[in-house]
Design a protein around this ligand. Structure first.
Ligand code: PMP
Length: 432
């Protein structure tokens, strides 16, 4: 079959008419399907219901060191919660601070601390004329929302199959002392599903930075979120902490993780890990902000997940629910778009998303057509700073929330919209 660019004008016009009819038929069905946000499905949430039963008596409220967790205190987290989160953060419990219900919150706070107070003696970033930030793209929209909220100038850097394009990252960091940080989702990235190679991790740790207080915001949101049980099919990530110590830049990173997509998003626990010097500073400032986070929830999580092994066993149950969804998305895209041309998409081994690259200049139109047909997608452009995708091409597919049957239907609608938008675009270009 010829691809769309190879079709003659008449063939393409006939195809567009057919796709328009198909789209109108779908619209008439009055669907309401959602592939917009990376939320766990109900079946995944159900997996964690026993967590709610781990504290029912007075004795259940006491931690291993005898703390009555119903009361105030313990700003940096219970020892057993630190140990559990250390296994996610690939660090030692003493470098971990266990926080509240969301890691986005602690990333915002980490930035806000540097903004208001500087870090380890540096000038507060708010005092600088301009602050710049490296943003690997496509990336996580809420990261970009945080840097945007502080008025930080975001510099997009393309992702490769091994992480951000390090040649670009290095040249930006080396020559501009106002470049203070980088967003990284180093494992099963949002949205590309890419895991940073050892070389990329080492280069981030060792690169020359004009700013002494440059910080890598290492958001390991998908650290245990494999789609396959066999270790050979799971991505491995080098620890940024060790790499930074080895490179002689021990304070360069802040690591973040949470149980949002392990247990209950919004009702999980989050944590950060950092160098001893950073941990001292963060604890000092955090102690002004709060007397302590929710220790009962820390206990529930430890009792339910137990340790790294328990966590892995629980995540395997998630994977069993998610794997067929990712397989379905890939199969549907292959079946429906193979002979269209101009489209590519990721085939991740973990995480929550498929990154879809549509023919240039069609992403906004595809998402609008899908919306009309009753399928909500993540907004086109959302994966770029200020929502500006210069190629208008990237669309994030979030297949986790809908049940399989709905996902199947939603992917048919999506494919129809991709084809229609592409046919429209090619015809308009030829007529111009
Ligand atoms: N980081 C990334 C990369 C994410 O994809 C998400 C959720 N979509 C979060 C952070 C949010 O995590 P939390 O619920 O811990 O704030």
């Amino acid at each position: 079959m010829p691809t769309y660019v190879e079709l003659g004008n008449d063939e393409l016009a006939a195809l567009k008419d057919r796709l328009e009819r198909e789209h109108a038929e779908i619209k008439a069905r009055g669907l309401s399907l959602n592939m917009a946000r990376g939320k766990p499905a109900k079946a995944q949430l159900d997996l964690s219901m026993p967590l709610l039963e781990t504290i029912t008596t007075l004795e259940d409220c006491v931690s291993t060191d005898g703390t009555d967790c119903r009361n105030y205190g313990v700003v940096d987290g219970l020892p057993e919660a630190k140990a559990l989160m250390a296994s996610m953060l690939d660090d030692d419990p003493e470098n971990v601070i266990v926080c509240g219900n969301a890691s986005l919150n602690i990333m915002y706070d980490a930035l806000a601390r540097c903004w208001s107070f500087g870090t380890l003696g540096s000038t507060p970033w708010s005092k600088l004329e301009t602050v710049r930030w490296i943003c690997p793209v496509p990336g996580y929209d809420r990261h970009f929302g945080v840097t945007e909220a502080f008025g930080i100038e975001m510099i997009p850097v393309p992702m490769t199959d091994e992480g951000p394009d390090m040649g670009e990252v290095e040249s930006i960091a080396a020559f501009d002392e106002n470049v203070k940080g980088i967003w990284c989702v180093p494992k099963y990235s949002n949205p590309g599903g890419i895991t940073y190679s050892d070389e990329v991790v080492r280069r981030l740790a060792s690169m020359v930075c004009a700013a002494d207080d440059f910080r890598i915001f290492w958001d390991n949101a998908y650290c245990v979120h494999h789609l396959f049980d066999d270790a050979a099919e799971q991505d491995q990530l080098l620890d940024i902490g060790h790499a930074c110590v080895e490179a002689g830049n021990p304070d360069r990173y802040f690591k973040f993780a949470s149980t949002s997509k392990v247990t209950f998003p919004g009702a999980g626990i989050s944590a950060l890990a950092a160098s001893p010097a950073n941990v001292v500073e963060i604890k000092k400032r955090m102690g002004v902000q709060t007397i302590g986070h929710d220790k009962l929830n820390q206990l529930r999580h430890v009792r339910f997940l137990k340790d790294a092994e328990g966590l892995a066993a629980h995540m395997a149950k998630h994977a069993a629910i998610l794997r067929p969804k990712f397989e379905l998305v890939n199969r549907k895209l292959e079946e429906s778009l193979a002979d269209v041309g101009g489209c590519s998409w990721s085939k991740p081994r973990g995480g929550y998303f498929v990154s879809f690259d549509a023919p240039e200049s069609t992403a906004k139109r595809i998402v609008a057509l899908a919306k009309e047909a009753g399928v909500t997608m993540t907004g086109a452009g959302a994966t770029f700073p200020l929502k500006q995708d210069p190629r208008d091409s990237n669309i994030r597919i979030a297949p986790t929330l809908p049940p399989l049957e709905e996902l199947d239907e939603a992917m048919d609608v999506f494919a129809c919209c991709v084809k229609l938008a592409y046919a429209e675009h090619l015809l308009a270009r030829r007529q111009a």
